[in-house]
Ligand binder design. Sequence first.
Ligand SMILES: *Cc1c(COP(=O)(O)O)cnc(C)c1O
Length: 428
Amino acid sequence: MIYKRSSALFAEAQKVIPGGVNSPVRAFKSVGGDPIFVKEAKGAYLYDEDGNQLIDYINSWGPMILGHAHEPVVNAVVEKAKKGTSFGMPTEIETEIASLAVSMVPNIDKIRFVNSGTEACMSAVRLARGYTGKEKIIKFAGCYHGHSDSFLIQAGSGAVTFGSPNSPGVTEGTAKDTLLAIYNDLDNVKEIVDVNKGKIACIIIEPVAGNMGCIPPKEGFLEGLRQICDDNDILLIFDEVMTGFRLAAGGAQELLNIDADIVTFGKVIGGGLPVGAFAARNEIMNHLAPLGPVYQAGTLSGNPLAMSAGLAMLTELNSNPEIFLSLAEKTAYLHQGISEALGKHKVTHTINRVGSMISVHFSETPVTDFSSAADGNNDTFKKFFHGMLDNGIYIAPSAFETWFITEALSYDDLDKTIAVVEKVAATL
Ligand SMILES: *Cc1c(COP(=O)(O)O)cnc(C)c1O
């Protein structure tokens, strides 16, 4: 395929935008080459600035679960825009989407809308600290909760010691309150909790990890975390920015049948507009301003355009719960096809899948945490990525990303994708 115009646009962008992109992973840094500039998208397909059609497995990193430019969502936004785009005053649609979300998600009474997943997670942790009166948090290596300071912490010298910041600009003072644990390792969490008795406000986790590829929780792991939290007055935060309204109408809480204390949302809940949210039971949510002392605010929070897109999206998911089954079936079909195609050419691989999240790891061993995800062969991934792209299939430009299946994908699209995998596998 030809990407002349994309490359020219990228050169222009780099003059005025750092790295030419407004979010780093878009820049293709880990796979090499220039990023593709999108002109438009419809259903399962992207159309780039050079006129290429690509089957999209990123779907805006999750939100477009029903496909691009989905008509009910687009119509809702267009109609809303004609009536004014922001007021900074309450509107009825905020209550409509809040009521719907609360009815779909287990174990929440109230929800507050913000503008991104980052904001949702940042606010959820502040609320947990304000509610418990404790300062430290536990997060898991390889889990992503947005780019606020407390979360940009990498494993230092052993998970029990304080984390060290993995971005300049994050202070040691902030880093020392973030404790790092190993995903799927309950003993490790117990050890950290014991060493920090009485100091931990919350454990935040992606209940199904999606930011180190897709990594399912081992049997009993989340139940174990729930128990540790109950025994130690720690709040359990499920970051469902990726899994919420994707794995089931009620997200991972519903699919895995575990209640978290605070849940965060993003991606699907905004229908493709900038939206995040966090939610909990009354006793926790009532600590938020203006009811309680924990401050949190936003000029554009609950923005009418964003709410109309989110409401159209959630309404459709709520009234057609069979969508989640259909998505899981498509994903299982893809899983089997890819596995056979790679197997035919003896390409070493591990595929992880939960619902409509799937990732292909070029790794011999099971991928269960950050270090086993990092063991995958990145050179093979790079070749695979570019091979797929050259044949019209767009997957995330990083081995640490999940593929997001959209309901707009047809079985023809999946067969075409599997055929490309087989063609590319022959070159790996
Ligand atoms: C995408 C993501 C975020 C961050 O959301 P933004 O809208 O990019 O700020 C947080 N948590 C998880 C699990 C995510 O996948």
